[in-house]
Design a protein around this ligand. Structure first.
Ligand code: HEM
Length: 184
């Protein structure tokens, strides 16, 4: 389709192609849910990527000791709230989209492997952030880092790489899958 060229003089008050925002239809809830979903994924998985590729390697490069653990704790704990809020909103908006599209049957179709993967990644993070960390994982990590910090941070980095890789595959699958590619 050809678009008409736009000519606009400097200081022109109203031009025929200028949008009248008040006349736009209201934002459908499913579009809003998609916006929330994608924004949360950016803030959440982007943060996980930063922790994995920047923060942990930088902390590992420091001399082992209390300072190393304290710095990691201070920086990572700032991300913890962001991760929790975005995880809840991403899961809520994702489940809402499935409900609104009446698309629960995707869970029964292997061609929608990326919906399974998105849900598994979300479940893994939810269990770690809301169950394992508050219960014992955090305390165990500090104790392990005090004993042998190199080993503890190496293991932590591996776990982050695993979750980050699965998240990236889920994002590729979701973006390709919603446009009809990558169906098994
Ligand atoms: C309970 C967990 C989740 C559910 C139920 C869910 C569900 C959905 C649904 C229904 C869509 C729209 C699909 C369509 O329009 O056909 C979507 C889009 C998307 N999801 Fe998820 N999701 C979840 C978690 C995640 C996670 C953990 C990631 C990333 C790691 C993710 C990444 C995306 C992306 C990037 C899109 C946008 C695709 C696009 O429009 O280009 N989702 N999700």
């Amino acid at each position: 389709m050809r678009c008409a060229p736009v000519h606009r003089d400097a200081g022109e008050e109203s031009s025929p192609d200028r949008r009248d925002w008040s006349r736009l239809p209201p934002l459908p809830p499913i579009v809003l849910a998609r916006i929330v979903h994608v924004l949360c994924i950016v803030l959440w998985i982007g943060g996980v990527a930063f922790v994995t590729t920047v923060l942990i390697p930088a902390v590992r490069a420091l001399p082992a000791g209390a300072q190393q653990i304290e710095l990691f704790e201070r920086l990572e704990s700032r991300f913890a709230l962001q991760a929790r809020v975005t995880t809840v909103l991403a899961g809520g908006s994702g489940l809402y989209m499935l409900y609104a599209m009446e698309a629960w049957s995707r869970y029964l179709d292997p061609g929608f492997w990326w919906v399974h993967l998105m849900t598994c990644v979300w479940l893994a993070f939810t269990v770690v952030l809301f169950v394992l960390e508050p219960l014992f994982l955090h305390r165990r990590f500090i104790a392990a880092a005090k004993r042998d910090s190199e080993r503890a941070f190496r293991l932590l980095q591996r776990m982050h790489w695993l979750l980050l890789t699965l998240s990236v595959v889920a994002i590729v699958g979701a973006v390709g899958g919603t446009r009809g590619f990558l169906r098994g």
